[in-house]
Write a protein that binds this ligand. Structure first.
Ligand SMILES: C[S@@+](CC[C@H](N)C(=O)[O-])C[C@H]1O[C@@H](n2cnc3c(N)ncnc32)[C@H](O)[C@@H]1O
Length: 258
């Protein structure tokens, strides 16, 4: 596995706080302290993300996609994306990327797929999309559709890093028939509670909530799949969802490149 990853336990990290929210064991005291400050309305978002990932990957796989590029993978959590994709297409190929060195410690869990498929992991930063694409080209066929999975990562890319340019650079490199699956935090409509969460979280971790319109902008130029950008648990769920009664802290969408 090479050199031991450098784990910084002096400040919270997004992957580890998220692991805390999911009830995992791969976080430190500093992550737990921040996780405990996250209010009730936000707590389900982590589980909802995982459920959306499963539905979006299954849906795009059922629509013929056999290759997946997942950026902002997080600490492995069963089922991982490759298990979902290979459940539909045993020969599916998956490239994972994340910039947190803790994921490398668990990368073996991401690298065990079906014998006929392939999984690969790279430590890389989405703010350098060219490097991720160069790596992915070694494992994926860029002549055939690829699902780009950006689940709960783009709110960590503040405007100063040109988040829309990053997503365009990635999608521009993919062939026609590829998909973008994305979720994103939105604290709009949560008034004081939202402002307080924003302040607590961003005092330790660089992040930016966006409005629904700003989240929709990530899909510009692509063909949004029904039902469009909606509260994450509402995207093509099999289980009945209660009527919408107010804002949701996390939105999701899937779109196809023409
Ligand atoms: C909230 S977790 C989401 C994990 C997984 N996608 C899911 O939804 O279950 C966000 C992940 O994005 C990663 N991340 C944050 N900023 C990143 C960046 N600039 N480049 C690559 N990964 C990043 C974090 O390390 C973390 O693992």
């Amino acid at each position: 596995m090479g050199a031991k990853p450098r784990i910084d336990t002096s400040r919270p990290h997004p992957a580890r706080v998220y692991d805390y929210l999911l009830g995992g064991k791969d976080h430190y005291e500093v992550d737990r302290q921040l996780g405990e400050k996250i209010p009730e309305f936000m707590r389900n978002a982590a589980h909802e993300n995982r459920a959306f990932m499963r539905r979006a990957v299954t849906w795009t796989a059922n629509n013929g996609v056999t290759q997946f590029l997942d950026i902002g993978t997080g600490i492995p959590t069963a089922p991982n994306l490759h298990q979902v994709a290979q459940g539909v297409h045993p020969a599916a190929r998956v490239v994972y990327a994340d910039n947190d060195p803790i994921i490398m410690r668990h990368a073996e869990a991401l690298l065990v797929g079906t014998p006929e498929g392939a999984t690969n992991y790279v430590e890389a930063d989405i703010r350098e999309p060219g490097a991720i694409l160069d790596h992915a080209r070694e494992y994926l066929d860029f002549e055939r559709p690829i699902t780009l999975s950006l689940i709960a990562i783009m709110h960590f890319i503040v405007d100063a890093y040109d988040p829309y340019g990053v997503v365009s650079a990635l999608m521009d490199a993919l062939p026609s028939g590829s998909y973008l699956a994305l979720t994103h935090v939105s604290l709009d409509g949560f008034a004081e509670e939202g402002a307080k969460l924003n302040e607590t979280y961003t005092s330790s971790i660089e992040a930016q909530s966006r409005s629904v319109a700003e989240i929709e902008r990530f899909f510009d130029g692509l063909e949004l799949i029904e039902p469009g950008v909606v509260a994450t648990p509402r995207w093509r769920t099999d289980t009945p969802v209660p009527p919408e009664t107010g804002p949701h802290p996390n939105y999701a969408g899937v779109a196809r490149k023409r």
